[in-house]
Write a protein that binds this ligand. Structure first.
Ligand SMILES: NC(=O)c1ccc[n+]([C@@H]2O[C@H](COP(=O)([O-])OP(=O)(O)OC[C@H]3O[C@@H](n4cnc5c(N)ncnc54)[C@H](OP(=O)(O)O)[C@@H]3O)[C@@H](O)[C@H]2O)c1
Length: 340
């Protein structure tokens, strides 16, 4: 079978299509024909050599994929041939709190991921995908979808009527916008593009702010919330946004620390007094467990949510898909379809 592999730091040009053999599933393993995978900013970081946990050997990249079960090991009880499944970002984090052990083996970084025609994974690493979703749609859930769910409803503990600020219109933020709308939250979203903001309003954003033309966007968030601030911010910006996100948060509210699309060097920006005086909480988010993924899937089925897919590339176009994500012209998720 064919798979892509990359060594951390080799840049997008280092992504190569190779022939790999795949062993038959062990007793509790499942053999999956991958139909679609989705890209995350993390995949660019790995190509750039900027991700936190990578190895020295080439790995199959990408954490997020969905496909069809084509064989199961003798002791597998959770799946049968023909089932539609997706892989969980952390194969070993099934439920409960994250630990160093259960978050060590994330797919597509130090261990092989999903950008392949076939994969073999432990049955505990897989979930059944919602029946109303295509493989292309389901491939967008494992990292961005679960991160948005964990941030809003697990660590963020939001309830209907609460308010949330989303930064930019990338994968995590648009997933969060769709979940927020369906759950009765008031979502405010920023973008560098008025056109993208118009699309966000179409998806249910209550208010939008262009962060290029309104560089002090925290003032606008405070104006939109009668000076109170939002209950939660999903912080994906990092450098240049963290201070503003803290200022945008209500007293006693939370900033979910997720990523740094504008750079991670934001330590110097942090003012302890903004947190102490505001009694605010910074909450680091690390995707989520399989049980969060399953909770999210139940919600998606009930709310009949279809994730926003920006563009679908062919398997042979994987490098083009990476380059498209790197340009940041996308809105929502970028997908590579393996089986047409
Ligand atoms: N901690 C975790 O578990 C976890 C999980 C998933 C992702 N992440 C991290 O979260 C971040 C987002 O990931 P993603 O996959 O959603 O990325 P993505 O789809 O590549 O997001 C790109 C978008 O970010 C927006 N952006 C760039 N600079 C910005 C700024 N200064 N202020 C506000 N928005 C800005 C832009 O939106 P506009 O074009 O609208 O301006 C851009 O299109 C990354 O750093 C990623 O590593 C972390």
């Amino acid at each position: 079978m064919q798979a892509y592999q990359i060594k951390a730091g080799q840049q997008i040009a280092g992504l190569e299509l190779v022939q790999r053999t795949i062993s038959a599933p062990d007793a509790r393993e499942v053999h999956v024909r991958v139909h679609a995978i989705s890209l995350n900013y993390r995949d660019l970081m790995i190509a750039d050599g900027k991700y936190l946990s990578t190895g020295d050997v080439p790995v199959v990249p990408c954490s997020d994929g969905a496909g069809e079960v084509i064989a199961v090991g003798a002791q597998v009880t959770r799946f049968r041939v023909g089932d539609r499944v997706a892989a969980s970002f952390f194969p070993d984090w099934v439920y409960g709190a994250p630990t160093a052990q259960n978050t060590a083996g994330a797919l597509g970084a130090a261990v092989d991921g999903m950008l392949a025609e076939e994969v073999v994974l432990h049955e505990d690493a897989l979930v059944t995908i919602p029946s109303h979703l295509s493989y292309v749609e389901a491939a967008t859930i494992p990292c961005a979808g679960v991160t948005a769910w964990n941030s809003l409803f697990v660590e963020g503990r939001l309830r209907a009527g609460d308010s949330v600020l989303l930064l930019g219109t990338g994968g995590v933020s648009i997933w969060a916008l769709q979940l927020a709308k369906a759950a009765g939250l008031r979502a405010i979203i920023t973008s560098s593009s008025d056109e993208k903001l118009e699309r966000a309003r179409g998806l249910g954003a209550a208010a939008t702010i262009n962060y290029k033309t309104t560089p002090e966007w925290q003032d606008e968030v405070l104006r939109l919330t009668e000076g109170r601030g939002v209950d939660l911010v999903l912080e994906v910006g990092g450098q240049g946004t963290l201070t503003r996100s803290i200022a945008s948060t209500r007293m006693g509210g939370t900033v979910a620390i997720i990523g740094g699309v504008s750079g991670f060097g934001f330590g110097g920006e942090l003012s302890p007094f903004a947190l102490i005086g505001g009694a605010k909480r910074l909450s680091g988010i690390f995707v989520g467990s399989r049980s969060m993924f399953e909770d999210l899937n139940r919600f998606l089925s009930v709310a009949e949510i279809h994730p926003i897919v920006d563009r679908v590339f062919l398997f042979e176009q994987a490098r083009d898909a990476y380059t498209h994500l790197e340009k940041a012209a996308h809105f929502g998720k970028v997908v590579i379809e393996v089986v047409k």
